[in-house]
Design a protein around this ligand. Structure first.
Ligand SMILES: Cc1ncc(COP(=O)(O)O)c(C=O)c1O
Length: 465
């Protein structure tokens, strides 16, 4: 028989202090029975050894044994030779027992195609399991204290050296701040660096969560159109030349997938330097480049410290890690650090230590190679599955999503319904625009699902049309 294990919390809180006088064994029996009937003690759960419970409650051991015996005799508990006493699997339900709403873990069904699914495979998870064990076997001091609000130096060193070699950045570990992801980094930047009412350029179409963070911090977001060369700084200048900042995704524009061209990069940096604006560079998925060399990060071109660079482990590994980083120019660092201390004191030292080990021991680079290969297979399967539909698709050479273009709003609406019917997770491209001009289509992710699952869901969509 499979029994649930118990880690024996202190039960003196579960069981009210027993009356000093009177039938104490009966009182203990009654309390335990109530806990079993109301499912606070679950079928199969182990009861504490009688010696332990008697010490906790300050009663004799014989009294506890007597109460257990009565529960066993009435079918509320059972013994397993050599293992102890357990709540019975088929507990008799007292007619007066209140109906207890059983707590259920609600797992939201994630449809293939849903954006933002992680890319960790079994090999990566195995490495994480080993690293968590290793870190907990020899826990770092940072786990026992309030650690540095900037983040663990070991992880900052790894991140800095990765960004220097993989993203061509100028970065020192002292400039790196570990955060719980891009969303948290953006919150810090918007609230520590910018002021309510400041104008901030943002790509149109763009990343809704970034827009929300800026809106909520009281920014006046100025949507700047994106074309084949990325955000157009000339248009930004016409709309709001004196903006205090620009938020953008230059390596792989979200959602259109274009890369900011070199002339536009130069123009953007020149503008920022002239008006004293900050460039917030969100480099969320640059690890997933399938052909050709990636353009280095904008941060590496900036000689004046005007770029605030945001990176995340959400796309490249798992969103559930809640781990990211900001590379903050020296002039802003103290302000951002001060807010960070006030908001959440410091990062999670356990995941930091694990991620530092993951990078240091070479798992990160091999993970990226495997994840990139899997993502490109998944992309091909999705494109193939959609190929007979009425979509304008260009297979992306970067990133973890594609756009299946459609001609107008009516067609987009029809396809959204068909996708829901086919069980394909999609978002409407038009909802990511804020300006007047907009394009239509479906934004579909291809990370986190097997190629055949994506192909089949896409084919169901095409059939449902
Ligand atoms: C444009 C963009 N930036 C950043 C992120 C990652 O955000 P976070 O690090 O908060 O998980 C995403 C995730 O979907 C994204 O689409």
């Amino acid at each position: 028989m499979q029994k649930n294990k118990s880690n024996f919390p202190d039960w003196s809180g579960l069981i009210p202090i027993l009356p000093d006088g009177g039938p104490r064994q009966r009182a203990l029996y009654g309390e335990l029975r109530r806990l079993i009937e109301t499912r606070r003690l679950m079928p199969g759960e182990k009861l504490p050894p009688s010696r332990m419970l008697s010490q906790e409650l300050g009663v004799s051991r014989g009294l506890v044994v007597g109460a257990y015996d009565q529960l066993i005799a009435e079918g509320y508990a059972e013994t397993l030779q050599g293992s102890g006493t357990f709540v019975a699997r088929d507990v008799p339900q007292a007619s007066h027992a209140p109906a207890v709403a059983r707590r259920r873990t609600v797992v939201k069904e994630v449809l293939p195609g849903t954006l933002g699914c992680g890319t960790a495979d079994e090999t990566t998870l195995r490495a994480f399991r080993q690293l968590f064990r290793k870190v907990l076997e020899r826990p770092p001091e940072t786990l026992f204290t309030y650690a540095s609000p900037q983040g663990d130096i070991g992880l900052r060193q790894e991140v800095a050296s990765y960004l220097r070699s993989a993203r061509g950045m100028r970065v020192d570990p002292d400039q790196v701040m570990i955060t719980s992801g891009t969303q948290a980094s953006l919150y810090l930047i918007a609230n520590a660096v910018l002021k309510r009412g400041d104008e901030v350029w943002m790509e149109d179409p763009g990343y809704k969560n970034a827009r929300r963070a800026l809106d909520e911090a009281g920014m006046r977001v100025v949507p700047v159109p994106v074309d084949r060369e990325g955000l157009d700084p000339e248009k930004g200048r016409v709309l709001a030349d004196n903006a205090r900042a620009v938020y953008l995704t230059p390596s792989h524009q979200f959602p259109l997938g274009v890369t900011l061209t070199m002339p536009r990069r130069k123009a953007l940096i020149e503008w920022a330097s002239r008006v004293g604006a900050w460039i917030i560079e969100d480099d969320y998925d640059s690890e997933f480049r399938y052909t050709g060399a990636p353009l280095a990060a904008l941060q590496g071109m900036d000689g004046e410290g005007r770029v605030i660079y945001l990176g995340t482990f959400s796309k490249v590994v798992l969103p559930g890690l809640r781990l990211g980083y900001a590379v903050v120019p020296e002039a802003l660092f103290d302000k951002v650090l001060d807010l960070r201390k006030r908001v959440d004191r410091s990062p999670n030292a356990l995941t930091e230590a694990v991620m530092a080990g993951f990078m240091r021991e070479g798992h990160f680079s091999s993970h990226i190679r495997r994840a990139r290969k899997r993502a490109s297979n998944a992309r091909d399967a999705l494109v193939e599955g959609l190929s007979r539909g009425p979509f304008d698709i260009r297979s992306p050479d970067q990133g973890l999503h594609l756009i299946a273009g459609l001609k107008d709003a009516e067609e987009e609406g029809r396809m959204l319904n068909a996708a829901a019917e086919a069980g394909l997770g999609v978002q409407a491209l038009s909802t990511m625009y804020r300006g007047n001009r907009m394009e239509h289509g479906l934004v579909i992710g291809f990370s986190g699902f097997e190629p055949q699952v994506l192909r089949a869901a896409a084919q169901r969509l095409v059939e449902a049309i």
